[in-house]
Design a protein around this ligand. Structure first.
Ligand SMILES: O=C(O)CCC(=O)C(=O)O
Length: 239
């Protein structure tokens, strides 16, 4: 899987497809890299994000008997070494669901696969337990805002217990979070990149509903998606 990451960033793609968008270097070596729908161009990623065991666990969490892949991400958080003030690899406190308001379900889950032992020192994900019960919080589409303190100030309001828990994982472990769970990740202060592959998963009968915020995935339903149309074609494989 780590080699698969290398191949993705080197544009060494499997098959004859190509991704919705390719990774472009900004020239900043500390910048977070990610590719959505990496499974289109990489066999190892495809195998991981359509893994039946991950599907079985997600089915229990979502209380459904069928699970489909919504999309995946390959994420590369460069190591900053001693550059303590470096923030350009941060992922801001956010919820996933604001980005997915084109779906008629809200109980989607994400499986986050660690490709090395992962702890706070190398930029593990942080989560706020219980935040999945806060519902959709306005302006929480803040993945790309790298100021974690400012975001905490914005979201840690009265009545919301803000307890930051690091997801400490061994290589190959998988964590799961709900689409409303607040999560983020800080700097990777190690000398090695923090690699992960992420599967965003949905109940098998999830359909398009226009709630005012679309993602590129809508295009995968065809030129004129209709409300109620299920995300059940080959872009959304069953686990
Ligand atoms: O990898 C990270 O630090 C954040 C990942 C994330 O936002 C997600 O899996 O939903």
């Amino acid at each position: 899987m780590r080699k698969a990451h290398d191949r993705i960033w080197a544009r060494d793609y499997d098959g004859h497809g190509f991704p919705l968008s390719e990774w472009e270097s900004t020239g900043n070596p500390y910048q977070l890299r990610k590719m959505d729908n990496a499974w289109w161009v990489n066999d190892e990623v495809r195998e991981a994000v359509t893994n039946p065991l991950i599907g079985q666990i997600a089915a229990q969490l979502m209380d459904t008997d069928e699970v489909r892949l919504w999309y995946d991400q390959a994420i590369y958080k460069p190591g900053t070494g001693e550059q303590a003030s470096e923030k350009s690899g941060n992922v801001g406190w956010h919820q996933d669901y604001p980005y997915w308001q084109c779906t008629d379900k809200t109980n989607l889950v994400t499986a986050w696969v660690a490709l090395q032992d992962t702890a706070v020192a190398n930029g593990s994900m942080l989560v706020i337990p219980g935040s999945h019960k806060w519902g959709l919080v306005p302006t929480s589409d803040s993945f790309f805002n790298q100021d974690l303190d400012a975001l905490k100030e914005r979201f840690a309001k009265e009545g919301r217990t803000w307890n930051e828990v690091p997801m400490i994982l061994k290589a190959g472990h998988v964590s799961f979070h709900h689409a409303y769970t607040f999560h983020a990740s800080g700097p990777n202060r190690s000398n090695d990149p923090r690699l992960s592959v992420v599967a965003h998963l949905m109940p098998g009968d999830t359909a398009y509903q226009n709630k005012g915020h679309n993602v590129d995935n809508i295009r995968l339903l065809g030129p004129r998606p209709k409300e109620g149309q299920r995300f059940d074609n080959s872009y959304f494989p069953k686990l």
